[in-house]
Design a protein around this ligand. Sequence first.
Ligand code: UGA
Length: 472
Amino acid sequence: MSTSEQPERIDHQRNRVTVVGLGYLGATHAICMAKLGHRVIGVDVDADKVAALQDGALPFHEPGLQEELSGALATHRLSFTTDFDRAVEHGDTLFVCVGTPQKEGTDAADLTFVDAAFDALAARLTRRALIVGKSTVPVGTAQRLARRVAAASPAGDDVEVAWNPEFLREGFAVEDTLHPDRLVFGVASDWALRRLTQVLGPVLSTGVPAIVCDLPTAELVKVAANAFLATKISFINAMAEICEAAGADVGLLAQALGHDSRIGSRFLKPGLGFGGGCLPKDIRAFAHRAEELGVGGTLTFLREVDQVNLRRRARMVDLIRELADGDLRGKRIAALGASFKPDSDDVRDAPALEVARMLAMEGAHVRVYDPAAAANAHRIYPDLDYAASLAAAVDDADVVALLTEWQEFIDADPESMGRHVRHRRVADGRRVLDAARYRLAGWDYRALGGPERIVSVPEENRTGEFPATALR
Ligand code: UGA
């Protein structure tokens, strides 16, 4: 025992951190807190997940995080457990990172896991401690939980609740945790603020701005940010619908809008729209919460944001059907991508997988290929055919459909891919393929959201003054 206790004594200045919930958010947070020098225990009810993490095996795909996990475990500052008694005994600052999925049969967020986590901590805390919520919750949840914890905990008011929402994106989880655009500290006391500032001091010291606010404002910042991002994506996809009807090119439209620095080009990429475990359920829960608060009319536009987003999937199926001579029955479709975005194996509410399913429902023979998400996709839709490689997916295909913009698909050579397919016909759902190259290789290239027009400037007259994209 003495050898394992020694580092604790040496590190006594460091903070003792507990992280509850070891999904994307929690596992990343635990690993990054250890990297910052804190002694961290991550706890979860899922024994398989805990065992994998303790063995140094990241149970999901996230670039760079595997290396960080191995590095943090090697410092002996990080461990994982299913033992809540041990985890609560350890931490003075306890982060709650459990999921808040959409509740079955309604748009509301399901707070079962959050409530259970706070209850589990409250019941065990017998000393002064700070519970910090990081999960995305409906506004008002933190104050409710603060009252509940004070009533249930043997330590009573000595257990405080703060809210420190997380803005990390899958695919950039480490970068977003250690170098976020901002930190938001929702606190009810100076003590809570000091504690949070101490734990996140190494991040703050890099010059990251911190917004200190009350609990409801902190909760709202998170949902408002996701609502804004979703709205921006659906705005450009609504423009895509207009472009399709008018014969215009939404790619060029987005490019031109993005040059206006007041608008900006980020999150203005038209295509198959947003999915994942956050944006879709967050805008629904936000609109639902507004209704509960008696201001439902304020956020009805988020319902439309949702509808625009879902319509993209149906429009993609239309486009593929058009390429397949108007009838999908018996057609072989290569579905490139299943995850909700590249560099992720997450298939929650994934537009790509939904399109694959809709194609199959219409009688197409769909063969899905995804570099990382096939196993997760197979769990949800075992009836789809999954290929082990891009070449296998496109083999003998009537139509190739690009659904998630993995780099592997962008880099694929249209000429060599063309040798595998039955017909050189491609539907680009993310507008990332080089239309000119595909057309040159004899493909019938169609993009979601308008023509990807070949501007009628003859090749020999192109001076190079224009960016290539303007000349597609
Ligand atoms: C999102 C937010 O970006 C994070 O800030 C937030 O912390 C996270 O949700 C969360 O609430 O936990 P994430 O779901 O990882 O992060 O993915 P994003 O990078 O936001 O992409 C969301 C979806 O929008 C993807 O399906 C992506 O393909 C799509 N998208 C994104 C577009 O269709 N167009 C764009 O221009 C940008």
